[in-house]
Design a protein around this ligand. Structure first.
Ligand code: ZN
Length: 294
């Protein structure tokens, strides 16, 4: 197999994992988990989101979490935002990296953000400018990049349009996200190769959900295509509030285990990461889809 030799994982459990959980964790619990992640060697952690707390109650305290976590200088603590208000909240609590999101699917974007992808794109520029003024870096995510429950398929041309909109807005770090969990390995490889080739200036992330059990296979396909950055979640916790039946992200410790077996460097201590996952799952009070944890 011809795979990349080292990868970076972003632990998205505190945001993507927790956001659809009914059990609300306390700010203290979230801070404890994130500090443990820093100690385990994670160098990118998605701490939370600055979105409407009525829509996502679990994320209402993201500002407090940011203020209270012990921030290691070499760790990127990022948050999801939806608009200018998100940039301002990030600036107010010491968050230095935000992530915008738009869906490649018009139908999904309407359900999720109540506007079309191009309307979302039109709003990017002011967010990026405001972030620059506040010394905050911006990345962009394209959800439903591999397909959605609302569309038969998303033509690659539609995804490229969103990539180009991000580039035009000054965003060069882009995540291809499969929130619905419909991506499959050969698609990831083929589409991934094309994206890597066509947009060499982009720092890419891949974000898979395990709804149909193909998450870790998709990461493997991504590694074969040459991608080095992946989002994963402790214990495979999570779902998608807008996709009924969607499973969580690919499980962090399962990916770490695979990498350890295959001598692919992650910089993360598997035992410490397992301990974080165990703790998170016990806080939530239910089992998960994670294999290693079982
Ligand atoms: Zn997700």
């Amino acid at each position: 197999m011809d795979l990349v030799k080292a990868i970076t994982l972003c632990e998205v459990g505190p945001r993507d994992g927790l956001q659809s959980e009914k059990t609300l964790l306390t700010t203290e619990q979230k801070v404890e988990l994130i500090n443990d992640m820093t100690a385990a060697g994670f160098r990118v952690i998605e701490v939370g989101s600055f979105v409407n707390p009525k829509a996502v109650p679990q994320m209402a305290d993201t500002d407090d979490v940011f203020t209270r976590i012990a921030k290691a200088p070499d760790v990127e603590y990022r948050a999801l935002i939806a608009n200018l208000r998100g940039v301002r909240r990030a600036a107010g609590c010491g968050c230095r990296k935000v992530k915008l999101n738009v869906s490649a699917s018009t139908a999904h974007n309407l359900a999720n953000l109540n506007c079309t992808p191009s309307e979302s794109v039109a709003g990017f520029k002011s967010c990026v400018e405001e972030a620059q003024n506040c010394n905050i870096a911006v990345s962009g995510s394209i959800s439903m990049a591999f397909g959605s429950p609302w569309d038969k398929e998303i033509p690659i041309g539609d995804v490229k349009k969103v990539v180009e909109a991000y580039l035009a807005a000054g965003v060069t770090e882009i995540s291809l996200s499969d929130a619905a969990g419909v991506a499959y390995p050969s698609q990831v490889f083929d589409m991934g190769k094309e994206m890597l080739q066509e947009y060499p200036q982009v720092k890419w992330w891949l974000h898979f959900h395990n709804t149909r059990g193909l998450g870790i296979a998709n990461i493997l396909a991504g590694m074969e295509a040459g991608f080095t950055n992946y989002d994963t979640s402790f214990g495979g916790v999570g779902g998608c509030p807008f996709v009924p039946g969607a499973a969580g992200n690919v499980t962090t410790e399962d990916v770490l285990h695979m990498c350890e077996q295959m001598k692919i460097t992650t910089g993360i201590d598997l035992d410490l990461a397992m301990a974080v996952s165990k703790k998170a799952v016990s806080m939530l009070g239910h089992g998960t889809d994670g294999y290693l944890l079982r």
